[in-house]
Design a protein around this ligand. Structure first.
Ligand SMILES: *Cc1c(COP(=O)(O)O)cnc(C)c1O
Length: 467
């Protein structure tokens, strides 16, 4: 299996060579040259597999350049920090089932992909005897998932910028309690966009990037997208019985269009998914797109700070991979759409809007702060289950699309403990922390403080990077 660019300007590359790159050299994103296909008989054979075994089968279709036994070891190692069933499912009534993606070390679904990415990066670096310094900016979940996946790795160091004083106490503890030598937390005086701009300036300096072996693990990373495909198969196998291709619906709380894109890959691979329901919060650029066909990203200043903060995104970096399929894999149409976007601030597919649902099964909805509170409350009252605000956005939107006879699976993208204030506001209770979490919250913290100063950051990286 080789990977090509959505914009048509990249020589095909094997899986492990797309990992260390961000964008393709032509500005596009890497996609499989041919989407792998799984037939019904193979799907049935996968019913008895454990999660790491299933991951090996699914990822083996994408990572054909990695020997099967090496891949199996990586998958076993990646999911060893999770409970035995890795992704547990539970019913919350009204035809809805939650898919528990947040059982990993940082209590959010990003661990599912990041833990695998840590394994496969280490493997690729060993093969080429290289080192990698990951430079990123985070407002919370991504940074902590990356650090927990990469801590202690010999060939990788992490430099993670975060806005000083703007993360929750829980998020700070999750990142800053790590005292591994290869993890560098940098609190920047400024907001998230200032952090992001520093990263962009350094990563845009190609000479510096090359000499310092800089890389990224952001949401366009192909290993992350493919690792997320696995749990759609897993969840389908858990809620259906052998003996028929039972279609199911999935609802996905969305921001960068990464998680739901993986569901779209699973559907294209032949998994019987009827509909993919995209749930947005008040930052509903994607809901607007799927309802109207017009994609109009918003500026950072127009992005609201909400109580489901990991979905506060107004420019969906993975959407281009869906558009590529939507326009029949024609790179010229992709380039034209993004040119329109650059020139006029939007692109318009409204003439073909009906195809989103009819051909691709994608529909969408929006959930607000009031919806989150009432959904957390109603789920608590009917099932005794406490769900986090992002999952609540999913449940709220799922309820408007659920149909009798079709299982509706809602992805649980975080644990409520991460968002204790909103839970208190919704149901008036203080959640208990496990002894491990309490220990993390009480642990000493390691973080370097820095002005919003490019030169200071360059000096810090040059001094601490692996070479
Ligand atoms: C990252 C994140 C999302 C959004 O996922 P995308 O892949 O960006 O669409 C939703 N919920 C939580 C808790 C997250 O951390």
């Amino acid at each position: 299996m080789q990977y090509i660019s959505t914009r048509g300007g990249m020589q095909p590359l094997p899986y492990s060579e797309t990992l260390l790159e961000g964008l393709a050299p032509d500005g596009g994103l890497a996609v499989p040259e041919v989407m792998p296909h799984v037939d019904a008989a193979t799907l049935e054979q996968w019913r008895s597999l454990t999660y790491p075994e299933l991951a090996t089968e699914v990822l083996g279709l994408f990572a054909t350049d990695i020997p099967r036994d090496a891949l199996a070891l990586m998958c076993a190692e990646a999911y060893s920090a999770f409970p035995e069933d890795v992704v547990p499912l539970r019913s919350i009534g009204d035809g809805l089932t939650l898919v528990g993606l947040s059982e990993g070390p940082t209590l959010a679904f990003k661990d599912m992909a990041m833990q695998f990415l840590g394994q496969v990066l280490e493997y690729a670096l060993e093969q080429r005897d290289g080192v990698l310094n990951i430079l990123g900016a985070t407002s919370g979940d991504t940074g902590s998932a990356a650090e927990h996946a990469l801590r202690g790795k010999a060939r990788i160091a992490v430099f993670m910028l975060s806005p000083q004083g703007r993360m929750s106490a829980f998020q700070r503890a999750q990142m800053f309690s790590l005292d591994d030598e290869n993890v560098h937390n940098i609190a920047v005086e400024g907001v998230f966009d200032d952090c992001q701009n520093l990263v962009k300036r350094l990563a845009g300096d190609l000479e510096f990037k090359r000499s310092q072996h800089l890389g990224a693990v952001n949401s366009i990373n192909l290993a992350r997208i493919t690792a997320q495909v696995v749990y759609y198969f897993w969840a389908w196998l858990r809620v259906t019985d052998a003996g028929g291709p039972t279609p199911v619906d999935f609802t996905v709380p969305s921001g960068n269009f990464g998680n739901i894109l993986s569901g779209f890959f699973a559907k294209q691979m032949g998994l019987p998914i009827r509909r993919l329901v995209l749930a947005a919060n008040e930052n509903n650029v994607l809901d607007e797109f799927f309802r109207t066909g017009v994609y109009r990203p918003r500026a950072a200043a127009q992005t609201l700070a909400t109580s489901s903060p990991s979905m506060d995104i107004s420019k969906a970096s993975n959407l281009e991979r869906f558009i590529f399929e939507f326009v029949g894999r024609d790179p010229e149409r992709v380039v034209a759409a993004w040119r329109e976007l650059d020139e006029q601030g939007y692109f318009d597919l409204s003439a073909e809007q009906a195809r989103f649902d009819e051909e691709f099964g994608i529909v969408s909805g929006t959930s607000t702060h009031a919806d989150r509170l009432s959904t957390i409350r109603s789920v608590y009252e009917t099932s005794g289950d406490v769900i986090d605000p992002h999952t609540a956005d999913g449940v709220k939107v799922a309820r408007s699309y659920v149909e009798a006879g079709v299982p509706m699976l809602v992805l649980e993208t975080a644990k409520p403990q991460k968002f204790a204030e909103t839970i208190r506001e919704a149901i008036g209770i203080d959640l208990d922390y496990s002894p491990d979490l309490q220990q993390m919250l009480d642990a000493p913290q390691y973080v370097a403080e820095m002005h919003d100063d490019e030169q200071a950051l360059r000096a810090f990286i040059t001094k601490n990077a692996l070479h």
